[in-house]
Design a protein around this ligand. Structure first.
Ligand SMILES: CC(=O)SCCNC(=O)CCNC(=O)[C@H](O)C(C)(C)COP(=O)(O)OP(=O)(O)OC[C@H]1O[C@@H](n2cnc3c(N)ncnc32)[C@H](O)[C@@H]1OP(=O)(O)O
Ligand SMILES: CC(C)C(=O)C(=O)O
Ligand SMILES: [Mg+2]
Length: 513
């Protein structure tokens, strides 16, 4: 099986993501983790960019031991000198020199004819080869370069002693068949091509960076360049974790492998995200939060029966603990039952169906139902209160310059509908006044507390109230994604508890309320 060399440019092209700026300490921390991941080559920065970047590249070069450390340079002696300075102390230094070759870049950016481009790159390579035994040369915007000029430039780089020649699709313009064809063409048409490694460097402007890189591998690329989480200039670079997992998951198809320790992928992704501040989207392949999460009932059922139904790779293979079955509005009974068992509840079909119906009601209101939400729902279900009063609907009108009003519709003993309206000092006070009018119970609110059961804006709110009536107290609990509704439910619940106590006492002691 062919080994594909991994050239990581998280610290250089990745750092070119708008808004990202890594200091020396952060670069070194990422570099150590990349070393653990097992990458072969690491581009640590662009030393001519700033004294700070030169120092950071130097710190990385001195820190890591098992990886070749690379500094980027334009085809200019001053840039090459900056890389010389930056890579002092490196175990295995390499300089990466680039020059654009496409007609657009030649005409508008460099303002050079083909011959000047060739000569500029040639003299840079000659100068660099006095100081470096390992040189990578990149034809910037190779993807939009004429085939014959590309071949001429690659041939020149081989003659000047480059060890790796990189063919970047700098602007993410090509599609996989076109990009793959370039590698095939170079392999078949450039003399001595076997003396160098060919490298693929893709950008994701059209979302094809991974596909293009894989096409390059299929057509003979020896090295691939990319970043962790696919960060980088504009829409980013090829995501290294995607290539590594594509090769591992489809090994017989590609017949190529990397030296990466795949179980370090998740940790590396988290670190890069934390230090660059670039949040990984939930649906990002391999490392997104949802990459191993299943929400819909049919998928969850499949996963519970046999994981390979919906997972082509395991979370453990990238260093995650396990897949997640997320309970939400699309979940079914199989996953619901499984979650209850996890939480310590074994239920027969009937109570399970009742709890499932409540869960679906909640899931309609919330994006994700957490364990805490479920526990709260189940505990509420387990307390069997005889409901004299049942809150059906609640309307609250609130404005900071008007008196809050509340209107409640309450059903008494399952058949008597009572509608009442009241004002109050605040929304909760108005609700409680309306409930007092509807139930015609004289109660004192001795305590009121509210807490969030889970996290986020749509968390369940749990309200506890303590009501007193003639020296007898009762607690009530209300649960809802809306705190006013939770407040109303808690109050009605406490009144029902009071009535229950009153009944018990009057039966037992003939107490007159
Ligand atoms: C595809 C890529 O990712 S390439 C890497 C891109 N990364 C960066 O640019 C990050 C670091 N860059 C920087 O800090 C700055 O651009 C510097 C320090 C390198 C240069 O800054 P300045 O000297 O102010 O030049 P500026 O960036 O404005 O312009 C670039 C100059 O380099 C020239 N140039 C561009 N690429 C090359 C090259 N490979 N070899 C030689 N010259 C080049 C441009 O033609 C332009 O030259 P001009 O000043 O004669 O017109
Ligand atoms: C410097 C080169 C390799 C580059 O990043 C590109 O062309 O995208
Ligand atoms: Mg690039």
């Amino acid at each position: 099986m062919r080994k594909i060399y991994i050239f990581d440019t998280t610290l250089r092209d990745g750092e070119q993501s708008p808004g990202v700026n890594l200091n020396t300490r952060e670069k070194v921390e990422i570099a150590y983790q990349l070393e653990k991941l097992g990458i072969d080559r690491m581009e640590a920065g662009f030393p001519a960019a700033s004294p700070g970047d030169l120092a950071a590249v130097n710190a990385v070069a001195r820190a890591v031991k098992n990886v070749s450390v690379i500094g980027l340079s334009r085809s200019r002696e001053t840039d090459i000198d900056a890389v010389r300075e930056a890579l002092k102390g490196a175990q295995d230094p390499c300089i990466h020199i680039f020059l654009a070759t496409s007609p657009i870049h030649r005409k508008h950016k460099l303002r050079m004819e083909k011959a000047q481009v060739l000569e500029t790159a040639q003299s840079a390579l000659r100068y660099a080869s006095k100081y470096f035994s390992k040189i990578e040369f990149s034809l910037e915007d190779a993807g939009r370069t004429e085939y014959d000029f590309m071949a001429e430039m690659v041939g020149m780089a081989i003659k000047e002693g480059a060890s790796v020649v990189n063919i970047p699709d700098t602007v993410g313009y090509l599609n996989p068949s076109e990009y793959g064809a370039i590698f095939k063409f170079l392999k078949e048409n450039v003399p001595d091509i076997e003396k160098v490694q060919l490298s693929a460097h893709c950008h994701n402007d059209l979302g094809m960076a991974t596909a293009n890189t894989l096409a390059a591998i299929q057509n003979g690329a020896d090295q691939i360049e990319g970043t962790i989480n696919g960060i980088g200039e504009r829409a980013g670079n090829t995501a290294i974790e995607e290539i590594a997992m594509a090769l591992a998951t489809r090994e017989p198809f590609f017949n190529a492998t990397t030296s990466l320790r795949l179980t370090e992928i998740a940790r590396t992704s988290r670190l890069v995200s934390k230090l660059t501040g670039m949040v990984v989207p939930g649906n990002k392949a391999i490392v997104g939060a949802n990459a191993f999460a299943h929400e819909s009932g049919i998928h969850q059922d499949g996963m519970l029966k046999e994981k390979t139904t919906y997972e082509i790779m395991t979370p453990e293979s990238i260093g995650l603990k396990e897949s997640k079955l997320v309970l939400g509005k699309h979940s079914g009974r199989h996953a619901f039952r499984e979650k209850l068992i996890d939480l310590g509840f074994e239920m027969d079909d009937e109570p399970l169906n009742e709890a499932f119906a409540k869960f679906k009601d909640l899931a309609d209101k919330k994006k994700e139902v957490s364990d805490d939400d479920l526990l709260a729902l189940l505990e509420e279900k387990l307390v069997d209160t005889i409901e004299v009063f049942k809150l059906e609907t609640l309307y609250v009108t609130y404005g900071n310059e008007s008196v809050p009003t509340a209107k409640v519709r309450i059903v008494k003993e399952q058949d008597q509908v009572i509608v009442e309206e009241a004002e109050g000092n605040g929304s909760v006070d108005a609700i409680y006044n309306a409930i007092d009018k509807a139930t015609q119970e004289e109660v004192t609110l001795s305590d009121y507390s509210i807490k969030s059961v889970s996290h986020g804006k749509d968390a369940l709110g749990e309200v506890h109230v303590l009501l007193t009536q003639n020296d007898v107290s009762a607690q009530g609990r209300g649960l809802s994604t809306d705190i006013l509704e939770a407040s109303a439910r808690a109050y009605v619940d406490a009144i029902n508890q009071l009535l229950e106590k009153r009944k018990t006492f009057s039966n037992r002691e003939n107490v007159n309320f």
